[in-house]
Structures are given as structure tokens and as C-alpha cells.
Design a protein around this ligand. Structure first.
Ligand code: AMP
Length: 116
């Protein structure tokens, strides 16, 4: 695993910079994306600073399952009963810009396929 780095998301977890938080528990935090790409665009992050999905290990098995189930709950609470999309960008080719694992929860419009 690469050395974990401090990111803007670490500061959001520690409440050192503001974010519009919609969900929090001991393991994860969800907040509104600052540059929304859909009417609903939330980010769900583990509090553990895993830089990207490719660096998650078998130790993170339960945490990964937790994130998916919480993403479903957050989508439900955001009123996305007509559907939603989860996105994890991983690494340069994946378009990842913040080196702290995050799930994008997107909804409120019809999503296109394939993504760009
Ligand atoms: P990615 O490109 O998958 O790494 O996604 C990073 C996301 O973080 C982008 O959609 C940004 O708009 C979002 N973002 C960056 N800084 C902040 C911030 N301070 N608060 C909320 N969202 C942010």
C-alpha cells in the first residue's frame, strides 16, 4: 500500500473545513459535492484514509460492504426512488482527483451510458 496522504477530505472528516454533511457514523461520512454533476450529487467516504479502491485490502472487507449499504440508504433518503448511479473513480485513468476513496452518489436525472 502506498503511504496515505492528507487530503481535503481528511479536513472535512475532522470538521476543519466546512461541508454540507448529509450522513455520518463511526465509519463514514457523506456530504454534497461542491461541483454537482446531477441534481443530487453526494460523496460518501470512509473515515479510514484509504487512498483509492485499488489499495483497499481484505482488512477493509466489512467497511466496503458498509459503504455500499449506506450508499443505498443515503440514495433512499435523498428521494432517488427512480434510480441512481454509484461511481468510484480509481487512479489517473479512472479520473480520480482526490486521493481518498470516495463513492459518488448521483441522481435526479437520467444517466447516460457509456460514461465519458
Ligand atoms: P474524483 O474526481 O472522483 O476524485 O472526485 C472528487 C470530487 O470531490 C469532485 O467531484 C469534486 O467536485 C469534489 N470535491 C473536491 N473538493 C470538495 C469539497 N471541498 N467539498 C465537496 N466536494 C469536493
Amino acid at each position: 500500500m502506498s503511504e496515505t496522504t492528507e487530503t481535503i477530505f481528511s479536513k472535512i472528516i475532522r470538521k476543519e473545513i466546512p461541508a454540507d454533511i448529509v450522513y455520518e457514523d463511526d465509519l463514514c461520512l457523506a456530504f454534497k459535492d461542491i461541483h454537482p454533476q446531477a441534481p443530487v450529487h453526494l460523496l460518501l467516504i470512509p473515515k479510514k484514509p484509504i487512498p483509492k479502491l485499488a489499495e483497499a485490502t481484505s482488512e477493509d472487507h466489512a467497511l466496503m460492504g458498509h459503504l455500499l449499504l449506506i450508499a443505498k440508504r443515503i440514495a433512499d433518503e435523498a428521494g432517488l426512488s427512480n434510480g441512481f448511479r454509484l461511481v468510484i473513480n480509481n487512479g489517473d485513468d479512472g479520473g480520480q482527483t482526490v486521493d481518498h476513496l470516495h463513492l459518488h452518489i448521483l441522481g435526479g436525472r437520467h444517466m447516460k451510458w457509456p460514461p465519458g
